[in-house]
Ligand binder design. Structure first.
Ligand code: SAM
Length: 220
């Protein structure tokens, strides 16, 4: 196994343990970026949303309650099990499908099959720059022309950037969580061939995590 594969496998185990020990850890309310994304998706006429790194589903379930059909993916079966239980409890199980999927693998979806993609704090996980580019290329493949992609990432202005164990390529591990801190050049590079609609700075949580919310659209 390469160092990259070992880190990825350790992270998957860490997320599994974290969700098992802290069910529903992000709470039931949607994140602020999900509320923003739902409005953007609706304005663009989207119906089918793909969420990557959905975790236990605070945002996927919100999209379903807002009338979208949602495919929620994550590499943690434990997080997705909590998501499915909550979907049943909230009466939206018919609108949500889940798939255990590591974004370093190709997306198990046909070309141009979704209207919108959402990924809150997924691209800034323990992914190399090359893997992040490959993930965005896959998102581009499954998104329909004119489709919207909203993602958030922690950036180099975050308090944990440069703290803890450095794994190289912008990745730092703190408290067991490895994060790829984005710089603006990476955001711009990922928007190549897209329309970059917005890069919005915001904070979440007590640390606080410092993030960018990026909205980019595929040309028609
Ligand atoms: C910071 S959490 C955010 C969860 C969710 N988006 C939310 O905000 O409630 C990151 C999520 O990405 C998932 N994840 C990390 N690396 C992944 C990978 N390589 N493939 C798929 N999911 C991954 C984790 O299991 C975790 O659920």
């Amino acid at each position: 196994m390469t160092d990259e594969q070992e880190l990825a496998e350790a992270q998957r185990r860490h997320w599994q343990r974290t969700y098992a020990a802290n069910p529903g850890m992000y709470g039931e309310r949607p994140s602020a970026p999900a509320v923003h994304a739902a409005a953007a998706f609706r304005a663009a006429g989207a119906r089918k949303v793909l969420e990557l790194g959905a975790g236990h589903g605070r945002d996927a379930l919100y999209f379903a309650r807002e009338g979208f059909t949602v495919q929620a993916d994550d590499f943690s079966p434990t997080g997705l099990e909590q998501l499915r239980d909550a979907a049943h409890a909230q009466g939206v199980a018919g609108e949500v499908t889940t798939a255990v999927h590591d974004v370093r693998d190709s997306l198990p979806l046909p070309d141009t099959s979704v209207d919108a993609v959402f990924a809150h704090m997924l691209l800034c996980m323990a992914l190399s720059t090359k893997e992040i580019h490959a993930t965005v290329a896959e998102i581009r493949r499954v998104l329909r022309p004119g489709g919207t992609f909203v993602y958030t990432v922690r950036h180099t202005g975050d308090a944990h950037h440069g703290a803890g164990t450095g794994h190289g390529d912008g990745i730092w591990e703190h408290g067991g969580f490895a994060v790829h801190f984005f710089d603006r050049a990476l955001v711009d590079a990922l928007a190549d061939g897209w329309d970059l609609d917005e890069v919005h700075a915001f904070e979440e949580g007590d640390l606080p995590r410092r993030l960018w919310r990026v909205t980019q659209t595929l040309p028609r």
